[in-house]
Design a protein around this ligand. Sequence first.
Ligand code: SF4
Ligand code: SF4
Ligand code: SF4
Length: 236
Amino acid sequence: MKSKQDIIQKIEQILPQTQCCRCGFADCAAYAKAVVYRTAHAHLCSVGGDETAQKIAEIAGVSLYQKVANEPKFVVQIDENRCIGCTKCLVACPVNAVSGAAKLMHTVIADECTGCGLCLPVCPTDCMQTIEVQDNFLPRNTFLSSNKNPQQAASEHARLRYQQQQTFRQPETVEYTQKTLNINQLLNKAQQKTASQKRISVKSDELAQQELQQQKQRSYQRNLRRKKQYGLDDEQ
Ligand code: SF4
Ligand code: SF4
Ligand code: SF4
């Protein structure tokens, strides 16, 4: 007979590991444990959708009371011209998918983003937007996992990024996060924000092209500003 710990681990393997808290728990591990200890229903992970809910119910040996609607997948992009480098999104990201430093422009590493949406409500300049993607699983990077199943590899990669983030976070950052980010408030805001955002819908292979175009535009605008600042004309 399998131990509770084995069952929790099996459920963890099939959860998306975005750590988005939409199930009402602090992370995917907490939700898996709650299902096994019968303090949560099997249909609460909306990110995993109906297929995941059915598998959870089967592994935990419980009934599934509700069908789960499948959610579209998205990643987040930062409008770098409007970013003020406040680091709030960097602190809020559970899988370390935001790169940046205080008072400097921040960027989302698209291949690490799980689309959890937790960074959206904390941005004071509202310069983050969601881009709908056609991927079946996120994140796209899976190199931390050796699992052959693409869904489980993405999920394991995200879980390991989350665990690394927890391990290497400085105690003062954790304290800052606990003081400034009330997880329930953050979750409510993230859900409202995600629902209200106008999604840009692009095919996965178009995303890189779109990013390239945006970078070109930003570079053109930066050049214009520099020329204006230093009084240069177009030939210089
Ligand atoms: S992916 Fe989000 S909703 Fe699903 S179990 Fe993990 S934290 Fe909960
Ligand atoms: S949506 Fe935001 S918080 Fe979530 S993984 Fe992507 S960058 Fe990080
Ligand atoms: S929260 Fe917004 S303004 Fe602050 S660093 Fe992130 S993207 Fe920039």
